[in-house]
Design a protein around this ligand. Sequence first.
Ligand code: ATP
Length: 386
Amino acid sequence: MAQASPTPLRAASPVPQAAPAGAAEAGAAAVRLEGIRKTFGDVVAVAGVDLDVKAGEFFSLLGPSGCGKTTCLRMIAGFEEPTAGRILLQGRDVSRLPAYLRDVNTVFQDYALFPHMTVGANVEYGLMVKRIGRAERRTRVHDALQMMRLERLDRRKPGELSGGQRQRVALARALVNQPRVLLLDEPLGALDLKLRQQMQIELKGIQERLRMTFIYVTHDQEEALTMSDRMAVMNQGRVEQVGSPAEVYEQPSTSFVAGFVGASNVLSGAAARSISGQELAFTVRPEKIRLASIEERALPDECTATGRVREVVYVGAFTRYIVDLDLGGELVVLQQNLTMSSMEVLEARGRAVRLLWNRQHNRTITETERRPAAAQDEKTQLEGEG
Ligand code: ATP
């Protein structure tokens, strides 16, 4: 796809929005997947996905290992061809277009930097391939390095950098091309927790300043919740739910989403009927539940259940209690450690307790169906059960 006129990657500068005449539909989604399916032999990697990603959105694909996230991303990038369905960028069908003609760039988990080239040369490389003039290359490389705080490292080679710095070079190398859409495949996976959290904030800041469309693949629910404007939760090659982080967390629509994004607190059957007065399965988030003494009575707008604490996990700022309910099933309860010490919380193990929560926190869900094993490889099956 032809490049729009160059715009420096400065904080306030928007990403160029021009497209070849007649190619893009005004107001179309930045990326649209229509009935996308991908099989490798008899392995169904992506089993029919429909998705719209809006321009300027930070959109995450979240799901367990093997659920088809990377395959979706690779099809958008043009590294894999869909078995069925269409991919549209700005309303234009690019399903059969080779990767180098799509106005997207990908940042991989392993960064894929050229080890023999300096940082500056790595960042400049894409512009050389596109035959961008020298003066413009210099400006754009300078701006990209500045944005990623790499100006002083431009003569080093990737082997002379820390993991976080290499990560920044990979981002600079993608951003310098000013793509409409940046695809990121677990780009922070190799970093330690502290650096990952710092880079999450930086990445989100850059995306907001550039108003670029980011599609971000991760299996880390916290990462997706922290960074995304919207997210799709995937399971076994399908999208189970799309929504803002708050919608997905607060109102999970299926038992899979309830369990994958947060703890799986699903009550069904006799326990659901007895507690909520309804047959339908429901979920309630662990931090909404209060652990009380068995004598305490529920208020009119509260749900209640009695049980026995089976497990206590002390996590510093809070404690996670797993309670076996007298009605059958279990609930996980999160309590802030406001006054209790680790010794005191551990003493709760084995204790009979009453759980209380406001009934407005109950969310009715549909129980995720399991697909027959024939369509999936062994890896996906095992992880789907996890
Ligand atoms: P992860 O988080 O582990 O990267 P993922 O959600 O990105 O997982 P994919 O890499 O998209 O999952 O893989 C989806 C399914 O397709 C898996 O069962 C995988 O083994 C299979 N698969 C992916 N690529 C190929 C391939 N080239 N050949 C055969 N099977 C493949």
